[in-house]
Design a protein around this ligand. Structure first.
Ligand SMILES: C=C(N)C(=O)O
Length: 127
């Protein structure tokens, strides 16, 4: 069964996609960027603040599918500057138990939507 996940607690899509798609017990989220869902404003104060808001937005999308970070099995991180890698890792690590951390890739890209510095998507499985 396919369910489109939508929540006002995460930013509305800024293009032709949904916040997440649930196929049976597997959730595929779109990449989240640091848009505050309450104001629709970008929050790019520091890479740490930006990453926290991205994770908060992902948490809201997961919650809309009755999931938490414990259900996440894979993440994809896109960043525009690999020099931010350790700062992003420090924030990211707060959301996962290290022994059970999801699989992941981190890729430096030339640019990201709205010229943000980090975008993260996840795959989560209900088990
Ligand atoms: C922000 C996005 N996920 C996008 O533009 O695809």
């Amino acid at each position: 069964m396919k369910t489109i996940i939508q929540t006002p607690n995460a930013p509305a899509p800024i293009g032709p996609y949904n916040q997440a798609v649930l196929i049976n017990d597997t959730l595929y989220t779109s990449g989240q960027i640091a848009i505050d869902p309450n104001t629709n404003a970008l929050v790019l104060d520091s890479i740490e603040t930006e990453t926290k808001l991205v994770m908060k937005n992902l948490e809201a999308v997961l919650a809309a599918a009755n999931m938490t970070f414990e259900h996440v099995v894979k993440t994809s991180i896109f960043i525009n500057d690999m020099h931010n890698f350790s700062k992003i890792n420090s924030v990211y690590a707060q959301y996962f138990d290290e022994a059970n951390a999801p699989a992941r890739e981190t890729v430096e890209v030339a640019n990201l939507p709205k010229f943000v510095n980090v975008e993260i998507s996840v795959v989560a499985v209900r088990f």
